[in-house]
Design a protein around this ligand. Structure first.
Ligand code: IFM
Length: 480
């Protein structure tokens, strides 16, 4: 097709402007077009106006004296927790949450995720402790009074001892018991909370307790792990329906731990297959079960149609990535071996790789589910806070990128406000924006606390914030 020819320029006319139409001279003090480029790139990464900025934690890790659950019992036995440490009084939240809630408000948070402890609420089968429910009611009211919206998790790794005696999550009846407990919680606390997270990290729970055996009940049997995972997901689905029955407007989801699992050697077919397999089991199976009602794990137990459509939102707990190699000697871990990239920056205690791109990759994957997303956890063990500012900024920058592409990310909950009891790692891994003294329980803000507060206040990552807290990131975040 012939291109349209540009119309010829009209012959130039000189029109003498009438004196009253002569434009005002532009004041030189405020040039519209800057005379020089800024000496270096400046860009601000804005977040949506109604974005939820939060922190996340869990009952057993902060409350203290949770003597009636399986973790407390596990901690009493030698060899289970690093350096023989115990949760003991933890962060003393059962007695006093006010001071930490004040800290949260001072940071400018408008969201906080905590969990309620089943063994406190139902200390014996079918017996509910009104005083415990009242204490949680007080906590939730305390948050709301500070303009902080609570998200409540119903199960975060711990189980009442009586439940364990009755077979724990291997017993299919646990599904009904969890549903009964859920109903009681929603009836009591539904007036203070609409945002519910049924279960925290079902994959981690099943893996650490029933494959790896480093968490209670300390088993190593893949078939049992699969059965437990199935019961946990059925309990989630039943709780989802129960919550909506009591509180139709509730928003109910689950916190899913995702790790990036890349092949150790991308040109090895065996490594690629091993990574895909590991990803399918760890990351994908739960998502497929809950959205499509399909059970894709190798040890199958029939269809999972009851699970389908039981998410109003999906929670992402993202921390790190692993490389996966095929290893024919590793039967227990289904012929896979986890390792780190040779040039990777490793987090404290060997917690994993510093890999912010994983945040975007997980969000991209979750976007396909068509559900609202909350980042229900993200953080780093870093006692001296030498990595956290960079970790926080790069992960939030990846989240910003996802939001620019309209992935429906509604909120971000940093793990965590104050150093808390890190399960089998005891007190050795320090995830807090505030450092906790185990001697006198005092709290001291790490620099990252102010960084997070500044980001929240600006509702953005600004060049000033980057320059103040992580100048080394300038080239990466503001390339020029
Ligand atoms: O502390 C844990 C939390 O209980 C579950 N997600 C990971 C956190 C850090 O390891």
């Amino acid at each position: 097709m012939e291109k349209e020819k540009p119309s010829p320029k009209p012959a130039q006319e000189t029109i003498e402007a009438a004196p009253e139409l002569v434009p005002e001279p532009i004041p030189t003090a405020a040039p519209i077009i800057p005379s020089a480029r800024p000496s270096r790139p400046e860009a601000t990464f804005h977040f949506p106006a109604d974005f939820k900025w939060g922190v996340a934690t869990a009952a057993h890790q902060v409350e203290g004296d949770n003597t009636n659950n399986d973790w407390w019992a596990w901690e009493q036995e030698e060899g289970h927790i690093k350096d023989g440490e115990q949760s003991k009084r933890a962060c003393n939240w059962w007695e006093n949450t006010d001071a930490d809630f004040d800290r949260a408000a001072k940071l400018g948070l408008n969201a906080l995720r905590l969990s309620v402890e089943w063994s406190r609420i139902e200390p014996a089968p079918g017996v509910f402790a009104d005083a415990a429910l009242a204490r949680y009611g007080e906590m939730l009211q305390g948050l709301r009074a500070r303009g902080i919206e609570p998200m409540v998790t119903l199960h975060h790794f711990t189980n009442p001892l009586w439940l364990v005696e009755e077979g724990g999550w291997e017993n299919p009846e646990t599904v009904d018991r969890f549903t009964r407990y859920t109903r009681r919680v929603i009836e009591a606390l539904g007036q203070h909370c609409e945002l519910w997270c049924t279960i925290n990290e079902p994959n981690v729970y099943a893996f650490a307790g029933y494959v790896d055996g480093t968490w209670p009940p300390g088993q190593s049997d893949q078939k049992t792990a699969t059965l437990v995972l199935r019961h946990v997901l059925l309990a989630h689905a039943a709780a989802y329906r129960e919550i909506h029955d009591v509180q139709p407007d509730a928003r109910v989801g689950l916190a899913h731990n995702m790790r990036i699992l890349d092949p150790a050697n991308p040109s090895s077919r065996l490594d690629r297959r091993a990574a895909k397999f590991a990803d399918g089991v760890y990351n994908q199976a739960i998502l497929t079960a809950l959205t499509k009602g399909l059970w894709t794990l190798p040890l199958g137990f029939g269809p999972a149609w009851k699970l389908r459509g039981t998410l109003d939102w999906i929670g992402l707990n993202y921390y790190t990535r692993d490389l996966i190699a095929f290893d024919r000697t590793q039967k227990e871990s289904l012929y896979t071996r986890r390792l780190h990239a040779r040039d990777a920056e490793i987090l404290d205690g060997g917690y994993g790789e510093f890999y912010p791109q994983g945040m975007f990759r997980c969000l991209k994957r979750l976007d396909r589910l068509g559900l609202p997303i909350y980042i229900t956890e993200n953080g780093i063990p870093d006692d001296d806070d030498d990595q956290r500012p960079r970790y926080l900024l790069t992960h939030l920058h990846q989240m910003w990128h996802a939001i620019q592409l309209c992935y429906p990310v509604n909120g971000y909950y940093h793990w965590t406000l104050v150093d808390n009891f890190e399960w089998a790692e005891g007190w050795s891994l320090r995830f807090g924006l505030y450092a906790l003294s185990l001697k006198n329980k005092s709290r001291k803000p790490r620099e990252s606390a102010q960084l997070y507060a500044d980001i929240i206040q600006a509702n953005a990552i600004t060049p000033q914030i980057i320059d103040t807290y992580a100048p080394g990131l300038r080239a990466e975040l503001l390339p020029g």
